[in-house]
Design a protein around this ligand. Structure first.
Ligand code: PGA
Length: 250
């Protein structure tokens, strides 16, 4: 039985002070204990959020990491730094990083391996553009992204990695994938992991859906058999995030 996960992706939002206010609000509203709740926040907010979530069920996540341990990489954050302040999860390969910062599948794989080296669980994002969906190559695109991102992982790592299926056309648009569309691709992702690592492993890997998830659509999306929770952008910046965490699965 896979444990459900709801992860917030704050992107480039909230100052450290605003971050603490939001965490305090969410702490009061979240009432589910049996779910992994993760807040992936800007690097500048990690220490403040780490302190605010002490003695709660909420886990700390980062939005990015570099694949080297240290060195001349101005502006970057390493896994060693994240580890020291208690980061448990890190988003890798978000479509915004792939498109604005030219992260390719090789870089994504290096980051995934580096995160694991330091005991941080990567949340690997994959997803197709609207054009790719219309051209009928969604599954091909997703399979390539999954295969390249998970290259050279051990079975144990493949069990604990989290994949977030985020169709690019659904991110920040208010237009989420239908339950069936999301399920179809999450099923394909699990199948692909099964081909790489065996079914025993793929049955344990958590696969999230992301793209315009909110307190109203979460319960139906999360009820689909291969969807183990969500990666939430816009709605994670407000009280609605607690509704998503608290959603009763229909
Ligand atoms: P959204 O973003 O929930 O605002 O669509 C999701 C994401 O980018 O992870």
């Amino acid at each position: 039985m896979r444990k459900r996960m709801v992860a917030g992706n704050w992107k480039m939002n909230k100052t450290p002070r605003e971050a603490v206010d939001l965490v305090n609000l969410l702490k009061d509203k979240i009432d589910k204990e049996d779910i992994d709740v993760v807040l992936c926040v800007p690097a500048i907010n990690l220490i403040a959020v780490a302190e605010s979530i002490l003695h709660t069920n909420i886990k700390l996540g980062a939005e990015n990491l570099h694949y080297e341990n240290c060195g001349a990489y101005t502006g970057e954050t390493s896994a060693t730094m994240l580890k020291e302040i208690g980061v448990k999860y890190v988003i890798v390969g978000h479509s915004e990083r792939r498109s604005y910062f030219k992260e390719n599948d090789v870089i994504v794989n290096k980051k995934v391996l580096k995160a694991f080296e330091y005991g941080i669980i990567p949340i690997v994002c994959v997803g197709e553009s609207l054009e790719e969906r219309e051209d009928g190559i969604t599954i091909e695109k997703i399979r390539i992204q999954v295969k390249k991102a998970l290259k050279n992982l051990t079975d144990k790592q493949a069990e604990s990695v989290v994949i977030a299926y985020e169709p690019i056309w659904a991110i920040g648009t208010g237009k989420h994938a239908t339950n069936e569309q999301a399920q179809e691709i999450c099923f394909e992702i699990r199948k692909c992991i099964g081909e790489m690592f065996g079914e025993k492993v793929s049955e344990k890997t958590r696969i999230l859906y992301g793209g315009s998830v909110n307190g109203k659509n979460a319960n139906e999306l999360f009820a689909m058999p291969d969807i183990d929770g969500g990666l939430v952008g816009g709605a994670s910046l407000k009280e609605d995030f607690a509704n998503i965490v608290n959603a009763d699965i229909v």
